[in-house]
Write a protein that binds this ligand. Structure first.
Ligand code: IDC
Length: 476
């Protein structure tokens, strides 16, 4: 069942409907920019799944946890989970105390130079939907996201399932989505509420330089509408309305759109429509898809047949993602909003390296799913690190004062080629981990502004007019 729902025929479908050249998509790379105009290379986590059903909507993640993450992995980015049920607990009433709590967490990130993307998360529509408890097993809420007042299952059944994803095709859940997208014609108000909830969030963070992006909806699901009917229809419509609502209060933050999750997360091409940004100046729409190759999600490792299938997924996924970012969204920057796996699976390290390599080549930001303790995360519940900590703690350029052309990193070497922009006065920032860069560093190709061994941040400047290549190695 899972296989046929998520992928059956998916790989073949993806290959047959890909643009045959595929190569027109590789050239354009664009980046979110900070207030100084620098291109941002974003690396971080989703924080956190624990927020989904917490009464106060906050993740089980302390400032001390952030201090540790920052020190041990050098992240500069977070996809921070928020939810519609917390923003708008009653129709038209926006909970400012909830937004205060979000803002407090954003402050922790701000203090350490991070950028934040707020993710309006949902899984299986809403925590207000319960699995039918006919077996008397105490079946509880099955998902999270929408407030109870916006949840209309019309009394249709929701039977208990073994995997959370399978709830998506239960009749009651399908109907809740059909009502949200107004496919039933009975609830035109729900999408309007959703867009207005975004306006309330954007109003709060419009002047906050740390919040750079709004991820409009986690893993959209169309109910009885699928693929083109859904993506080019109500999904694009919701994105446009939410973008317009955000722009009525916030001109500068990026708006992130994502495709239908099922199928597209596994490599099938998306049919999302164009979302236009009404702001003056350049468009600030970003594309934020997820990557979950099916074999890994089902618990196979990255080896043998599973690796072969995963590699096929990776190729079709990347081509599909770049095609939408470039051809549909007009050269939108890409952030991989989620990818993740059980780090104890065979080949997990290879898969992690593979994804970060792809992301680097694509010029894409990455938020790993997730920082929650456990075998998928960086730390176990008792605080012991998993392989993630070491695997993610690599050198990377964080903010580039010009156009990044390419970069690469090894344990004790960072190379960045970029075209300096003389209008940007802030320096280029490069993160260098303690492991490979314990002492002084040699820098070629640019002038060092500062090497701060405490924050592990190297800042450099170049007045060149063409491409420059900066090479950083530990001092001999
Ligand atoms: C998962 C959590 C799991 C929870 C489930 C449903 O890890 O504990 O029971 O959500 O809320 C996604 C989703 C993301 C998932 C993640 C891993 O966006 O919410 O978290 N995932 O399954 N899409 C594909 C994978």
């Amino acid at each position: 069942m899972t296989g046929s729902l998520l992928l059956g025929g998916g790989i073949a479908a993806a290959q047959s409907s890909l643009p045959s050249s595929g190569s027109n998509t590789a050239a354009t790379r664009s980046y979110l920019t900070d207030d100084a105009g620098r291109s941002l290379i974003l690396r971080g986590f989703n924080t956190a799944s624990s927020a989904k059903s917490a009464p106060d909507g906050m993740p089980d993640f302390t400032e001390a946890d952030l201090v540790r993450e920052h020190a041990e992995m050098g992240t500069n980015f977070v996809r921070f989970l928020i939810s519609w049920r917390s923003v708008e607990p009653e129709p038209g009433r926006y909970d400012q105390a909830y937004l205060d709590r979000v803002e407090e967490r954003v402050g922790w990130y701000a203090e350490r130079g991070y950028k934040v993307m707020l993710d309006m998360h949902q899984d299986v529509y809403s925590g207000a939907i319960m699995a039918d408890d006919t077996a008397g097993t105490g079946a509880g809420p099955i998902g999270n996201g929408a407030p109870a007042w916006a949840t209309y299952t019309d009394g249709l059944p929701v039977e208990k399932q073994d995997r959370w994803e399978l709830y998506y095709i239960q009749p009651g859940v399908m109907r809740a989505f059909d009502n949200f997208w107004n496919t039933t014609g009975k609830h035109p108000e729900l999408m309007e509420h959703y867009a207005n909830a975004w306006r309330a969030v954007a109003e709060r963070f419009a002047d906050n330089d740390t919040v750079v992006a709004y991820d409009l909806m986690n893993e959209p699901w169309g109910g009885s509408l699928q693929f083109e009917e859904f993506e080019a229809g109500p999904l694009t419509d919701l994105y446009q309305r939410s973008t317009n609502a955000i722009r009525s209060v916030d001109q500068d933050s990026w708006v992130c759109v994502a495709p239908q999750a099922v199928g597209v997360n596994q490599g099938i091409p998306s049919r999302l429509g164009k979302v236009s940004d009404p702001r003056a100046g350049e468009q600030r729409i970003a594309y934020c898809p997820h990557l979950y190759p099916l074999p890994l999600d089902l618990g196979d490792g990255y080896s043998g047949v599973s690796k072969t299938l995963t590699d096929v997924t990776m190729r079709t996924w990347r081509a599909s993602i770049e095609q939408v970012a470039n051809d549909v969204l007009g050269g939108a920057p890409i952030i991989i909003g989620e990818f993740g796996l059980d780090t104890t699976l065979p080949g997990a390290r290879d898969f992690l390296d593979r994804v970060y390599t792809e992301a680097r080549e694509m010029g894409a930001g990455v938020s790993y799913w997730s920082s929650d303790p456990g075998t998928w995360g960086p730390y176990m519940p008792d605080g012991t690190p998993t392989i993630l900590v070491e695997t993610l703690n690599k050198a990377y350029p964080r903010a580039v004062a010009g156009d990044p052309v390419s970069w690469s990193a090894a344990a004790d070497r960072l190379e960045l080629t970029f075209r300096p922009d003389s209008a940007i006065t802030a320096p280029t920032e490069i993160y260098l981990p303690q492991s490979g860069f314990p002492g002084d560093v040699d820098v070629e190709g640019a002038d060092v502004v500062e090497w701060d061994r405490q924050s592990r941040l190297l800042t450099v400047r170049s007045a060149a007019t063409g491409d420059v290549t900066v090479t950083v190695t530990p001092a001999a």
